[in-house]
Write a protein that binds this ligand. Structure first.
Ligand code: ADP
Length: 293
């Protein structure tokens, strides 16, 4: 599946070439109807402010399990802010205030008895820039299990190997992963190491905030392939500015925009194929066809 940018033809002339690129789909995208998957997250009336500034409002959305959901929309409309609500990372921003509910399998993640540390173990986050710890590849992956009390060396060995394999990094590091520093890997390998490190705490969900924006096209494709494989085991939510990427890898897409009040809101959510080929809202069509943003 892929979405290609259809360049203006010479016959269309220079003025046509100056028009925004139009996205066309040149092969079938994911045909799965993820609306039949069980709901993992229910987001209800979510609003986030930073100090006095309302950043996002009125977000109501279901995230389907064992699927990739892409968040798209113009810069500043609140995609990362919303993503951070799924594992309580906004708790770490002193001015951030979250209202509304985010429920995982019915449990309110902001409920009084819920520990943010547990939430972040169940729901991992992969950042835009790979951030391996300054330690060996092995120790990077072993970090989470050790922190959660695992002491059995053989078991840790097994977890480390398994997670490096699942992150499609094994063949490249199997000879020296015990001594080589995570920082000595290439950018794409570092990002796969960060995914391996996230997998080691057995998350149900992995959040990814533009995980490929610092990577070259080949490293990007490897991460995309990896996401396709991982969705069998985990639920993935990815923020991406790259519409082709959203089309290639996601099953469900949520399109956000900035309102006249400068707060972000959800325009629509649906199967990726529908959002790209037959959206309900004109605004969505304008965005996915490159008319603004
Ligand atoms: P997007 O991911 O769509 O680019 P963001 O979630 O990063 O949007 O930002 C949404 C709005 O919230 C922007 O106006 C941004 O400036 C503001 N914002 C994001 N993070 C912070 C923060 N830590 N403190 C204050 N304002 C923030």
């Amino acid at each position: 599946m892929s979405i290609a940018e259809a360049p203006a033809t010479e016959a269309q002339g220079a003025s046509a070439a100056a028009q925004p690129m139009r996205l066309t789909i040149d092969a079938p995208m994911a045909t799965t109807n993820v609306q039949s998957h069980p709901v993992a997250f229910e987001v209800r009336d979510l609003a986030v402010s930073y100090g006095p500034k309302l950043a996002v409002r009125d977000v109501n959305l279901d995230i389907r399990s064992n699927a990739v959901t892409a968040f798209i929309g113009p810069s500043g409309c609140g995609k990362s802010t919303i993503l951070r609500c799924f594992n309580r990372m906004n708790d770490l921003i002193p001015t951030a205030r979250v209202n509304g509910q985010v429920r995982l399998h019915g449990e309110d993640l902001n409920g009084p008895s819920v520990q943010p540390v547990d939430v972040r173990r169940r729901i991992g986050l992969v950042f835009q820039r790979p951030n391996p710890f300054p330690m060996s590849i092995y120790d990077n992956v072993a970090y989470g299990p050790r922190r959660h009390g695992e002491k059995d060396g053989k078991k840790i060995d097994q977890i480390v190997e398994d997670c490096i394999r699942r992150a499609a990094l094994w063949d490249e590091v199997k000879d020296d992963y015990r001594r080589k520093s995570g920082l000595a890997l290439s950018g794409g390998q570092q990002q796969r190491l960060c995914i391996a490190r996230t997998l080691a705490t057995e998350p149900e969900v992995i959040l990814m905030d533009e995980p490929c924006s610092a990577l070259d096209p080949i490293a990007t494709l490897k991460i995309e392939d990896l996401m396709s494989d991982l969705r069998e085991q985990v639920t993935i939510i990815i923020v991406t500015h790259n519409m082709q990427q959203a089309g290639r890898i996601s099953d469900q897409t949520a399109f956000f925009n900035m309102g006249d009040d400068r707060a972000g809101y959800l325009v629509e959510v649906g199967n990726t194929t529908d959002i790209f080929t037959n959206p309900r809202e004109r605004l969505t069509e304008d965005y996915v066809s490159g008319r603004f943003g």
